[in-house]
Design a protein around this ligand. Structure first.
Ligand SMILES: Cc1cc2nc3c(=O)[nH]c(=O)nc-3n(C[C@H](O)[C@H](O)[C@H](O)COP(=O)(O)OP(=O)(O)OC[C@H]3O[C@@H](n4cnc5c(N)ncnc54)[C@H](O)[C@@H]3O)c2cc1C
Length: 421
């Protein structure tokens, strides 16, 4: 359905941020319309079916430690779970490190894992306890440095850093220099300590679709590219919608192109290769980490966590590199990590995502202003943190700011909104 010529609020972008705004405004009885250039809602969370397998656009997971998971109906997503931890190889031998609170039976393996000795493991435990249980206000007030500097200062040691923390975090931060802000590291680590990571039975796309399904069908306009935004006006190829409030909830570079004064970002990229194995080589659903001199940051049997990703019980493996790679470049490395022969791997597909997430280098610009004035608002992961949590939190902040404006209270452009994630 075409967008209307007039609306109370137009939201540009049906990713998690835009949907988080729109669902709140619709629930408050506001006349809100969402326009998205893509043919599906959910933005960067998208899933395709390839030869019967569910293939997310790049390996990603839902972390239930995110505060904004409170906005989702988790049982309806029917999540399949990874264990919190990872497998890494040293001299060809696989070792597993697992959160002992979830799986006490794996504690002996975790204690024996070559991470530099008991003092180093204790330092990692202390780092986790602080990130997991100190108040967020204290984490955000802590001295800021790079993630690598913070981990060294915490005393985790070079070995744990190289074989475990660097590849584990590279898969999350999509950078392996660990130059990301220590404050964002604290928030990310907190979510791992407090939550579990899982995959919906219908793929990661289901997260955004669940929010989209809360909107009346005539409020979501897919396949509509917005070409211009001014105060009170949204232009598309097919026409113009006037609205006293416009929310730009696109990726950061599109937001910067549509709105003067909004900066683009240094986007992180990732290439993910999907392979099929006759069966999983592993007994437990754990991420397998890349090795220090390898190209892969991780390789994961996603169907071990969520069997619904496979149509027939074969194992679906997602292997990611930060630099663009060809499948032939990494096949032997994938096989080595899983202890199988390269010939066992059946290549399904590969995807490179160039604007996967914005960088979060120091200084972390957490909770950037969302009210630009004159009825124009901006939200998205680039306003908070580069994550599902950041996108949804920025959407929530923006919805509160928009509602305040519509009620006549308004917020000063640039002022922090009263709603905090
Ligand atoms: C491969 C990959 C792995 C990731 N892994 C994780 C993970 O494990 N955990 C995690 O928390 N986060 C992860 N992320 C990050 C997370 O997916 C994003 O931070 C989040 O989805 C961003 O949501 P958003 O709403 O801010 O933006 P987007 O999802 O980008 O939504 C923006 C929307 O705007 C639309 N749009 C753009 N231009 C226009 C236009 N001109 N007109 C109309 N519509 C337009 C787009 O089509 C899109 O739907 C990952 C991302 C990727 C790509």
């Amino acid at each position: 359905m075409s967008p209307p010529s007039r609306a109370e609020v137009v939201v540009v972008g049906a990713g998690l941020a835009g949907l988080s705004v729109a669902t709140r405004l619709a629930a408050a009885g506001r006349d809100v319309h969402v326009l998205d250039a893509a043919v599906h809602a959910g933005g960067r969370l998208s899933t395709a079916r390839v030869d019967g397998f569910l293939v997310d656009r790049g390996f990603q997971v839902l972390n239930t430690g995110y505060p904004r998971v409170a906005d989702l109906d988790l049982p309806a997503l029917d999540l399949g779970w990874f264990w919190t931890g990872a497998v890494f190889r040293v001299d060809g031998r696989a070792h597993r490190v697992v959160d002992p609170r979830q799986h006490p039976g794996a504690l002996p393996d975790t204690l024996r894992a070559p991470l530099g000795g008991p003092l180093r493991e204790a330092a990692l435990g202390a780092f986790s306890a602080r990130a997991g249980y100190a108040p967020v206000s204290r984490l955000l007030a802590a001295r800021e440095r790079t993630a690598a500097e913070a981990l060294r200062a915490a005393g985790v040691g070079e070995r744990a850093l190289e074989v475990f923390l660097r590849p584990f975090l590279a898969g999350v931060l999509l950078e392996d220099q660990l130059e990301t802000s220590s404050r964002y590291l604290d928030l990310v680590w907190r979510s791992f300590v407090r939550g579990r990571v899982g995959l919906p039975a219908a793929g990661m796309h289901a997260v955004g679709q669940q929010l989209a399904d809360r909107l009346p069908a005539d409020r979501l306009h897919l396949g509509v590219r917005v070409t211009g935004v001014e105060s009170g006006v949204v232009r598309t190829a097919s026409g113009t919608t006037t609205a006293p409030v416009v929310v730009v909830a696109t990726d950061p570079d599109t937001a910067a192109a549509l709105l003067p004064g909004v900066q683009g970002s240094a986007p992180r990229q990732v290439t993910t290769h999907l392979h099929v194995l006759p069966e999983s080589p592993w007994p437990d659903p754990l991420i397998v980490l890349g090795q220090p001199r390898g190209q892969l940051v991780n390789s994961v049997v996603v169907s071990d966590a969520q069997p619904a990703y496979s149509p027939d019980g074969r194992a679906l493996v997602a292997s990611s590199t930060l630099a663009p790679t060809r499948e032939a470049d990494v096949r032997a490395e994938v096989a080595g990590l899983h202890g199988v022969s390269p010939g066992d791997l059946d290549h399904l597909t590969s995807v490179t995502v160039t604007g996967a997430q914005p960088a979060a280098a120091p200084p972390l610009q957490h909770r950037r202003p969302v009210d630009l004035g004159d009825g124009v608002f901006v939200c998205g992961d680039h306003r908070d943190t580069p994550s599902i949590q950041g996108a949804m939190a920025s959407g929530r902040r923006t919805a509160h700011a928009v509602l305040a404006r519509l009620r006549g209270g308004g917020t000063s452009p640039g002022a922090p909104s009263p709603a905090r994630a």
